[in-house]
Design a protein around this ligand. Structure first.
Ligand code: SAM
Length: 275
């Protein structure tokens, strides 16, 4: 395996800093630096780009992003044990890595002082990954503060993110992602690529924000998708009864006999706008 930089192998760093993986923090570390480069490359050119990374851990993905020329990486890590390992990377790439110790769910990403275009790249902790994605899809302003998001999830979540109507994985997350972004599946990563190996396959997804999503209230869209997918096998006239049922469907010109999973994102927005 070719080295991507002059830093020690990740296994040595993990051993030297005693970074035994903690399940509660969703710690499954990627050890193959060529694989982490593949993830970083999925984000496209990184020169002049500030990358926001959540959960750098021992820094495998961070090193890949820096080795590919990102102007700066702002990395948010909750586990203080990782900070000395990350400080070694910061020394190797002077002025290009800023580490913030903290909980990414409590960070105001829009307020981070960033220069130039921003891309988010992360191998997300499974327990907060979906919530972070939803937060990034619903920032205060649109277009958002980032140019793209390249994120690793459990494959099951990745399939839900990129799902369209009539797909078994289509649901609230697919509608939200489809409303605001172009989302595509990039590639799968097998459990053996991690230490320790998780039980399931992971997937890297790439999302680019749409410049002008269909005008719609996020809160209303949430209401209709929650009702509709809450009883996804039932006809809409039944599943969305509590928020307007047949009258709402008539107003939105949608056949009350259809089921949630057959509605396009545009039709969900129409329903939300008729609420
Ligand atoms: N990026 C590394 C890699 O690819 O090998 C580690 C990825 S590991 C799946 C997730 C990382 O997120 C861990 O380092 C963990 O400590 C960190 N983490 C967990 N919860 C977090 C949170 N709420 N905010 C910031 N980091 C968190």
């Amino acid at each position: 395996m070719a080295a991507i930089d002059g830093l020690p192998p990740l296994r040595d760093i993990i051993a030297r800093h005693g970074l035994d993986a903690r399940k509660a923090l969703g710690q499954n570390f990627l050890l193959d630096l060529n694989l982490t480069q593949k993830i970083a490359r999925t984000a496209g050119p990184l020169e002049d780009v500030t990358v926001i990374e959540v959960g750098p851990g021992p820094g495998g993905l961070t090193r890949a992003i820096l080795s590919l020329g990102a102007k700066k990486v702002i990395a948010i890590e909750r586990d203080a044990r990782c900070l000395p390992a990350l400080a070694e990377i910061a020394d190797f790439y002077p002025g290009r890595l800023e580490v913030i110790e903290g909980d990414a769910l409590k960070i105001g990403f829009e307020d981070l002082a960033t220069e130039g275009p921003v891309k988010i790249i992360a191998n997300l902790p499974y327990n907060v990954g979906t919530q972070l994605l939803v937060n990034w899809l619903l920032p205060k302003a649109w277009p958002p503060f980032y140019q793209s998001m390249t994120l690793m999830f459990q494959r099951e979540v990745g399939l839900r993110i990129v799902a369209d109507a009539d797909d078994d994985h289509y649901g609230r997350l697919g509608v939200l992602c489809g409303w605001r972004t172009n989302a595509r599946m990039a590639f799968d990563v097998p459990p053996q690529a991690f230490s320790p190996p998780p039980k399931v396959t992971s997937s890297v997804v790439h999302l680019e924000p749409l410049e002008s999503p269909i005008p719609c209230s996020a809160a209303n869209l949430e209401k209709v998708t929650m009702a509709a997918f809450g009883q996804r096998r039932k006809m809409l006239r039944q599943s969305i009864k509590s928020i307007g049922g047949e009258a709402l469907l008539a107003k939105a010109d949608i056949d009350p006999q259809r089921r949630a999973e057959t509605l396009s994102v545009e039709e969900f927005c129409r329903l939300a706008n008729c609420l």
